[in-house]
Design a protein around this ligand. Sequence first.
Ligand SMILES: Cc1ncc(COP(=O)(O)O)c(C=O)c1O
Length: 482
Amino acid sequence: MSIVKFYRKEHQVPLEMHKVRIVQKLYLPTVEERLAKINEAGNNTFLLQNKDIYMDMLTDSGVNAMSDNQQAAMFQADDSYAGSETCNRLRKAIEDVLGISQFLPAHQGRACENIIAETFCKPGDVVPMNFHFTTTKAHITRMGAEVVELVAAKGLAADSLDPFKGDFDIPRLKQFIKDNKERISFLRIETGTNLIGGQPVSMANMLEVSDICRKEGIITVLDASLLQDNLYFIKTRESAYKQKSTKEILHELCAAMDITYFSARKLGFARGGCICTNNEELLLKMKEFVPLYEGFLTYGGMEVRSMEAIAVGLYETLDMEYINQGPMFIEYMVNELDEYGVPVVKPAGGLGVHLDASRFFPDMPHDQYPAGALAAAMYIAGGIRGMERGTISEQRNPDGSERYAELELLRIAIPRRVYTLSQVEYVADRIKWVWDNRNLIGGLRFVEEPPVLRFFFGRLEPIGNWQEKLVRKFREDFGDSL
Ligand SMILES: Cc1ncc(COP(=O)(O)O)c(C=O)c1O
C-alpha cells in the first residue's frame, strides 16, 4: 500500500501494494444462526468456530497473510535438531533488522515472557511497565512479583488525541524507581500498547526511559510484538525520525534495550517467538530455560519452516509499503466511525479499531461487562468476531473482587494483508447499526469462570432477552439480508 492519490479529492482511499493469489471461502450464517452460535460459545468470541465467522477480527496474531517470498523460503527449511542453517538465517535476519547478534527461540511471545519472568522475577519484586499485557502479567504474577503501570495520563484519556498515548509518565517513573529500586526485576516497555488501543510509544520516550534505567542499573526489556505498527508511527508522526530509514530506527531503539523479545505471530507475519540480546550475561541466565520449556536452542519449539518465514517477514517489516496497510486501514475505519459519531479510540492506532464500550453503554456497570456485551452484539449483527479488552480480560483481585478495567474496549483487529477495503466498509456499516441500536443491548454474567485467563475459556449468558430483540430489529432493518 502506498501513498497514491485518487483523482477525486473527496474520495481518497488506502491502496494496497500487493495482490492476493490464494483465497479462502468465507461463510456468513443468518442472524438467527448467529444468535444460536454466540450462545453455544458462551458469549465468548474466543469460543466461536471459525466456520461460523465472516470477518475474523479477533486478533492479528498468527493470522496475517504470508508473502510469496515467505512461502518460498519455507521450502528451504533445514530440518536438523542441532546446527540448523535455518537457525543461522534467522539469527542473521535478527542481526540485520534489529541489530542484535544473539537470540533465544521460543514457541511464541508468551513463552518468551515465561522465560524472562522465570529468570528475573522473585516473590516481592515489581515490574514497572507502560501498560500490562494479559500473558505478560500472568507470568510475572505467577512468579510472585507484581506489575505496576506507569503509562502517562493521556494513554487512558479516551478523548486525548496525542500521537503517542503509550508513553511512560517520566516523573512518575523516576519517583517509582526512587521508592522501589531494590524490588525492580526489570522494566518492560510495550510498543504498540495492546490493551490501551494499540497506541504507540515515541522514540523520544523510550530512549529517555532506557537512559534512566541505564543510570540506575535497571534491566530494560522491550516487548517488540507490536513494533511493526509502532515503527510506522515513529516514522510518520515523530519529526526527528521522518528522514531516518526504518532500519536505522529499529537499530537505534534495540541498541538502547538490554533485551528485546517478540511474538512472531505479530512481528514477522509468521508464528513463533524470539528473545534477543547483545548482553552475554543476560543471555546465559535465560538460556537454560529454552531446552527445559521450549526445545533445543536451534528451534525452541518453533517449526523450522516458520523460522524461515519469520526471517523473511522481519525484512518485510522494514518495508513501509507493507507495514502501512494496517495503520492506514485502521485510520480509514476510525474516520468513518468517528464521522458517524461512534465512540472509538483516537487517534487511530495500530493493531485494530477499538470501540469504547463505556460510551456505547454509559449506564452499564463494569460487572455486566460492557465490552463483552458489545462483542456478542457485533457477532450477532454481522458475523464479525472482535475481542473483549475490558473487565473480562482482567484477573480478579486476590480477595476475589472484580478488578475493573481502566478502559472497556472492543477490539476489531485488522490482520495484515488479509481483508479488502470493501470488507472493512462492511464492518464499519454493521458497527454503525449496532451504535444506532445500542439501547436494545444489555449486559452479560458469568456462568463458568476459570480463575486464570478467564477471557479465553469463560462462558457467559445475556442478562435478559436483549439478544432476541436485537435479532428482531435486524430483520426489520435488513429484511432477508444475511
Ligand atoms: C504486546 C504483546 N505481547 C505479548 C504477546 C504474547 O504473544 P503470543 O500470543 O505469541 O504468546 C502479545 C500477543 O498478543 C502481545 O500483543
